[in-house]
Write a protein that binds this ligand. Structure first.
Ligand SMILES: Cc1cc2nc3c(=O)[nH]c(=O)nc-3n(C[C@H](O)[C@H](O)[C@H](O)COP(=O)(O)O)c2cc1C
Length: 212
């Protein structure tokens, strides 16, 4: 029995959902799983917002589509209506899910202040220091989101981790009344899947793994 491998393999991105509510106790379970993830310096540099309010979801959808249209404006004369419509759908399908979880990243402080001062003397700023440590704040968010997705899968729901809505990051932050330093990362639509996804192409293990 390989329960974990089965769960990890069964988790797939789901982009269409049945019209069925996700009860609050299930949402709480997903978040409890997410916040148990490891995080750099135990910073727990995350915030989650679970949104079921249709009006709020609609406002986010409008913001994302408007920002997409602004980005594509420069290419507008070369783009077909088909491309535009399919792109609008691709960035906004979250709005048809019964639940959308927004993920934000908060400031993560490096635990060793002496090291930070020494690195600053060598000319690195805060961003340079984060880069040096492989952006452990973003890595931590990744760990939490994967926990979240696996908990969602375990409870019989589907979800899709979406970063494209970040084109409207500032507007989403405002709509959800987040703090100034919170950085929008992702939207995750969640619900009972309305279809079974096709098998995905996988790289061979030998391409991505070696044993020495
Ligand atoms: C960081 C990240 C961002 C993603 N952003 C999007 C997105 O904006 N829109 C989307 O439809 N899928 C998005 N995906 C889903 C990927 O397309 C999907 O995970 C990949 O094709 C593998 O398919 P699977 O999730 O079914 O295994 C994202 C996945 C990750 C990990």
């Amino acid at each position: 029995m390989n329960r974990f491998l089965d769960l990890a393999a069964e988790r797939r991105s789901i982009r269409k959902f049945q019209d069925r509510d996700v009860p609050d106790e299930d949402i709480k379970y997903f978040i409890e799983a997410a916040v148990r993830a490891p995080s750099g310096c135990n910073s727990q540099c995350w915030k989650f917002v679970a949104i079921k309010d249709r009006e709020i979801i609609k406002r986010i959808e409008t913001a994302v589509i408007e920002e997409l249209d602004k980005i594509l404006e420069i290419k507008r004369s070369q783009l077909s209506e088909d491309y535009l419509n399919s792109k609008r759908k691709a960035v906004s399908f979250f709005a048809k899910a019964p639940l959308v979880i927004a993920v934000f990243m908060t400031k993560a402080e490096f635990y060793d202040k002496t090291m930070v001062l020494a690195l600053k003397e060598r000319g690195l700023d805060d961003k340079g220091i984060m880069d040096l440590f492989a952006n452990y704040d973003l890595l931590s968010i990744g760990a939490a989101v994967e926990n979240l997705l696996l908990a969602i899968q375990e409870k019989g729901y589907g979800a899709c981790w979406m970063n494209e809505p970040a084109i409207a990051a500032e507007r989403i932050k405002e709509i959800l009344e987040m703090d100034k330093d919170d950085r929008f990362i992702s939207l995750i639509p969640v619900g009972v899947p309305a279809y079974t996804p096709r098998d995905k192409k996988m790289k061979e293990l030998s391409e991505v793994f070696k044993m020495l």
